[in-house]
Design a protein around this ligand. Structure first.
Ligand SMILES: *Cc1c(COP(=O)(O)O)cnc(C)c1O
Length: 538
């Protein structure tokens, strides 16, 4: 059997990976986005059918991954022309830091301020994300890193549930759902908590189901949109509903999506929604997974500026922040709601996990530096155990902080502005093409001379193309034809009940001058639009 401690084997495998990654770094912009179907079937059939009795050892295993398995995965999901979903990319600093995080393999589990700074790094990374979006650090003292926006939405709804039960007029003040479970009170309305939203992301339904609120249409209600702005709440309808629910003493969670997933668009009125939520005792959860960073583009700042009024806020690290999967970010102003959910009554916490209390020890403050209010010092960090779902997790903060430090605020601003500018260029082209119809709604409050506000282009084909809009399969066929080029990747969706295609621009490389992304995108869209097959040459 191969020697797992062999230095030579490790070094030769590492060298192969280094050179593979070097090539990828240079070639990524010009790799086909998708693998060929034969690469996929070859990779699948190369999989050992059962666990081998004798292992291959490190060197052969790494060769196998590089030569047989990796050709079967997406070749360039983190490349500049993968426009599906909102995937971001990975900055060089984040990519390398992630390799280090895996290599150190530290379990960020409890705070051991005399032994490791990992939780202090996590706090500073979470503070820097607030700095990036101009939210004072002391707004959200409940904070943690999650697996993604879905994980953060679960935390948001769990905190809301805790808070709303504790404040229910039908229950003793401070009722703890986390500890006592569903209450039995004859006066408690059924359902006891509802969600009011506009276009909630699918993950909200998952979160609602997981935290025991339920996810049917009797729990999650779609409110009407403003007459002149389909992405904005109709404020008088919201207020009327909040009033009725307050009268019966039902808990309400208002879920506000900042950045609609099909269009990248923003409604106006987050500040008003926050004011009404507060006035009627509702919990405001803002899901700003990717859209929360759009305000770095100055003209979009009005749509995100009131995120600081949220009771809880979801952001994603692995989308527009360009951090590798998986990394989500969660904030709440109600620290006690978060700890009520995740900190078991002390009696039931096993002794070996009890090192999470703030301990006198390493002080990050050197005495000379003045930190903004809300900065958490190393010795005050709450154990991740008590503010999140996991008991064990990887050091996700390392790639996050590496990316933040390497780019700085202006580096991030450049990416966001470049991505939005690129999306607008595509949208303008689409709006002028005989083969396509642009579907993005633009908020009436949007003062800029651009056909779309943000980074997602939503469109469908017209009857001048071979993908007639009367044919219900046309959008799916159009997506297939575009992706079949392997030069770019888009995803299909439904908008107002009809099939549509979206192009989400969210990668730091996209649109870098001289890289040819625009020419390739235009060429693929033009040729596919007129019915010509675009093939990969090379
Ligand atoms: C992507 C997204 C999610 C889900 O995020 P994951 O990171 O994939 O879990 C939730 N809400 C919004 C608005 C999103 O864009």
């Amino acid at each position: 059997m191969a020697d797992p401690l062999s230095q030579e084997e490790f070094t030769s495998s590492l060298t192969r990976i280094v050179s593979h990654l070097q090539n990828r770094h240079t070639d990524l912009s010009h790799l086909p986005v998708l693998p060929t179907s034969s690469s996929i079937s070859d990779a699948i059939s190369s999989l050992p059918p059962t666990l081998p009795a004798q292992g291959l050892g490190t060197s052969e295993t790494i060769s196998y991954l590089l030569s047989s398995l990796l050709p079967g995965v997406l070749q360039a999901q983190n490349g500049p022309r993968y426009f599906g979903f909102v995937v971001g990319g990975v900055t060089p600093a984040a990519q390398l830091a992630d390799i280090l995080a895996g290599s150190y393999d530290e379990n960020v589990q409890v705070t051991l301020s005399e032994e490791t700074i990992s939780t202090a790094v996590e706090q500073r990374a979470l503070e820097m994300v607030l700095d990036l979006i101009d939210i004072p650090r002391n707004t959200f003292m409940g904070r943690t890193i999650t697996t993604g926006a879905t994980g953060s939405n679960i935390l948001g709804l769990a905190c809301a549930r805790d808070y709303l039960y504790a404040h229910s007029p039908h229950l003793p003040t401070g009722y703890s759902y986390a500890q006592d479970g569903p209450p039995s009170s004859p006066t408690l309305p059924s359902p006891p908590i509802i969600i009011l939203s506009l276009h909630p992301h699918f993950s909200i339904a998952k979160a609602a189901s997981l935290v025991g609120l339920g996810s049917s249409s009797t729990i999650i209600h779609q409110l009407p949109a403003a007459e002149d702005d389909e992405l904005a709440f109709d404020l008088s309808a919201l207020e009327a509903r909040l009033k009725v629910e307050k009268e019966v003493g039902r808990g309400v969670i208002v879920v506000y999506g900042a950045g609609e997933v099909n269009t990248g668009g923003f409604g106006s009125g987050l500040g008003d929604v926050a004011r009404l939520s507060k006035q009627y005792g509702a919990w405001l959860h803002v899901d700003a997974a990717f859209g929360g960073f759009a305000g770095l583009m100055p003209e979009l700042a009005p749509y995100t500026k009131d995120m600081d009024k949220a009771d809880s806020l979801t952001l994603d690290g692995h989308k527009w922040l360009q951090v590798p999967y998986d990394c989500g970010i969660f904030y709440t102003r109600h620290v006690s709601s978060l700890t009520n959910v995740f900190q078991p009554p002390s009696a039931s916490a096993p002794a070996y996990l009890s090192a999470g209390k703030p301990s006198a020890g390493v002080e990050a403050n050197d005495g000379a530096t003045v930190f903004p209010e809300g900065t958490v010092q190393a010795r005050e960090v709450t154990s991740p155990l008590y503010v999140g779902a996991e008991n064990s997790r990887r050091f996700r903060a390392l790639p996050l902080i590496a990316s933040m430090i390497s780019l700085g605020k202006e580096g991030y601003r450049d990416i966001i502005v470049r991505n939005i500018t690129f999306a607008r260029r595509i949208a303008t082209f689409i709006s002028q093409s005989p083969y396509y119809e642009l579907l993005n709604p633009t908020p009436p409050s949007f003062q800029v001379d651009a056909v779309i506000p943000s980074n997602i282009v939503l469109f469908r084909s017209t009857s001048s193309s071979p993908f007639s809009p009367d044919d219900p399969t046309s959008s799916a066929r159009l997506v297939k034809a575009i992706n079949g080029s392997r030069k770019m990747y888009v995803s299909g969706t439904k908008w107002r009940g009809v099939g549509a295609v979206r192009i989400a621009v969210s990668n730091w490389r996209t649109g870098v001058e001289g890289e040819g992304d625009w020419e390739i995108v235009k060429d693929v869209l033009e040729n596919v639009g007129k019915g010509e097959e675009v093939k990969w040459e090379g």
